[in-house]
Design a binder for this molecule. Structure first.
Ligand code: HSE
Length: 319
């Protein structure tokens, strides 16, 4: 048996809600994510050692840090008393609607599970990671956490344990994600939402969510396109995004099946056939630029892989 002195895990960014499934639907993104390293430390407790990447500073208090909070809970539950130094490499912009808080929490728990060889099943890991999401947004919604952990497009049922269903997606559909260089705090974007919707809106929303899932199960592009429409959340949040209507129209005019807000924004996503991805991305970027908003963008598979260990052997000692 060997004990690692440090473990590093990566967890990808994600698109929460996917337009039609507020808090219940999400998918992973390729090529961008957060990386967390846990290193055994002589000093007891969970200690933030460093923050790298897009930002250099995060709260060191576990009560305010999405990666540290789940680690503290895990140490309490498993009576782990040894110290651990945590470094976080933020690949995901803060307040971008790309699931950054979820990715940091997931990477921390995946690393901890390996470091202490806890054998936690994925649902248990999700429950711990949700404690980190609660720090960031005030709610343990799973629509970023679950795709970041499992990868792909997932349907999330809260519960103990939560039930996560991986949905198929048509092979030649991909996601264009455009991040305008603005910041939206998820907590604020949740606080602005009405607490109830008219019955007719609820019915329309249910039709869209059910039709979207059915379209994915059947690989029916027309149905996915018809149903990728958010009648509940988008109308309430679109004002947070300068040029929202123009960007959405640009995406669909360029051939996207649909486009909406990624998570709580301000990033926007579009689903489209792979051969149209460059065109759709350019149209969305140009529409933002016409509204004086600078952007960066990614094109990703929807079945993007979930969290994984990057290194678990560095500095290993045998016992
Ligand atoms: N479902 C969450 C929300 C995602 O829309 O508030 C946050 O990224």
């Amino acid at each position: 048996m060997s004990i690692n002195s440090s473990v590093t895990a990566f967890a990808p960014a994600s698109v929460g809600n996917v337009g039609v499934g507020f808090d219940v639907l999400g998918h992973a993104l390729d090529g961008i994510g957060d990386t967390v390293t846990l290193r055994r430390d002589d000093r007891p407790g969970i200690r933030l050692q460093g923050v790298f990447g897009r930002i250099r500073e995060l709260p060191a208090d576990p009560a305010s840090n999405t990666a540290l909070r789940p680690l503290v809970a895990l140490c309490q539950d498993f009576s782990i008393t040894e110290g651990v130094a945590v470094t976080i490499e933020k690949g995901i912009p803060l307040g971008s609607g790309m699931g950054g808080s979820a990715a940091s929490a997931v990477a921390a728990i995946v690393a901890a599970n390996a470091l202490w060889q806890l054998g936690l099943d994925p649902e248990r890991q999700l429950i711990y990671a949700a404690m980190g999401e609660t720090v960031a947004s005030g709610a343990g919604h799973l629509d970023n956490l679950a795709p970041s952990l499992f990868g792909g497009l997932v349907l999330c049922e809260a519960g103990d344990p939560p039930a996560i269903t991986r949905l198929p997606v048509p092979a030649d559909v991909c996601c264009v994600l455009v991040h305008p260089e603005l910041r939206v705090d998820t907590r604020d974007a949740r606080a602005m939402l009405a607490s109830s919707v008219p019955l007719s809106t609820h019915v329309q929303h249910a039709q869209h969510l059910a039709g979207f899932v059915a379209g994915c199960l059947r690989s029916d592009m027309d149905q996915i396109g018809r149903c990728l429409r958010d009648v509940v959340i988008e109308p309430q949040r679109r004002a947070l995004i300068p040029g929202f209507a123009a960007v959405q129209a640009a995406a669909t005019n360029a051939g996207a099946l649909g486009a909406s807000i990624s998570g709580s924004g301000p990033s926007m996503f579009a689903w489209c056939r792979q051969e149209l991805a460059a065109e759709v991305a350019e149209a969305m970027v140009d529409a933002f630029a016409e509204n004086d908003v600078a952007t960066e963008h990614w094109v990703s598979a929807i079945n993007a892989p979930g969290a994984r260990l990057l290194t678990s052997a560095a500095g290993a000692v045998s016992v």
